[in-house]
Design a protein around this ligand. Structure first.
Ligand SMILES: [Zn+2]
Length: 244
């Protein structure tokens, strides 16, 4: 469901985990899985404040969570929203958890900015438009770009409450040179892509935003994403654009 992604990055003995899976059994398996691959996270990062990206603490309860400043501000504007959304989705999908979500120690990070990781640095780039907040994390020396809810092979661009079409466009434009410099692009939902696949998704998403801006009721959706669920997201996008 959703095909959520979590990405571990490491330099020397220091490691960070970006975003999170959703299901309790995935979260329980995660520490062993990443340790088996040689990663022992010292901290957590999340690309934005949507609850499905904030669950790392359920797998690593002791670790602090680093968030872009806009994401910290959104959490303050919407106190308890992530916990509420998690409870609602759990109830809808009959998921029970051993413990509720507590975000614990949160550290705000300047975006754009850089974050030290071992001997290397992660680049933090603004990625707004899907929501009011968002950070793309680029481990340039590793060739890994983690974008959050953009460039998905499964999901069309989704403009949520607080997001905007104009900012979504700016984010795609900002991501373009980063994708060019990356080997692997990891979306929040779907599969990691190589550079060429990510560039194709970027073009498709820009075309989709054109159709959305025109108000097309039944635009051609990209192949692989022309589904009933994505048509529903399109209808929600149209409603949101119309009301803003
Ligand atoms: Zn998401």
């Amino acid at each position: 469901m959703w095909q959520t992604t979590a990405t571990a990055v490491r330099s020397g003995t220091e490691a960070l985990l970006i975003d999170s899976p959703y299901f309790p059994d995935e979260l329980e398996a995660l520490p062993g899985l990443v340790a088996g691959a040689g990663f022992e996270p010292d901290g957590l990062l999340a690309t934005h404040a949507d609850f499905d990206h904030l669950l790392g603490r359920l797998a690593f309860p002791g670790l602090a969570l680093g968030l872009g400043q806009a994401t910290v501000e959104r959490l303050h504007r919407e106190p308890g929203a992530a916990q509420r959304d998690l409870r609602d989705h759990d109830a809808e999908f009959y998921v029970s958890r051993p413990s509720p979500l507590a975000l614990g120690q949160v550290q705000g990070l300047p975006v754009p900015g850089r974050l030290e990781l071992g001997d290397e640095e992660l680049e933090l780039h603004p990625a707004e438009g899907h929501t009011a907040d968002g950070t793309a994390i680029f481990a340039r020396t590793m060739g890994v770009l983690v974008v959050g809810d953009y460039l998905s092979d499964l999901e069309i661009p989704m403009i949520s409450e607080g997001g905007s079409l104009g900012e979504y466009r700016s984010t795609l434009a900002r991501l373009s040179p980063l994708v060019e410099a990356a080997d692997v692009v990891v979306p929040g939902h779907g599969s990691p892509h190589d550079r060429d696949a990510a560039l194709r998704l970027l073009d498709e998403d820009a075309d989709y935003l054109d159709a959305l801006e025109r108000g097309d009721e039944r635009p051609r959706l990209p192949s692989g994403r022309d589904t009933k669920a994505q048509r529903r997201i399109h209808a929600e996008n149209l409603a949101l654009i119309g009301s803003s």
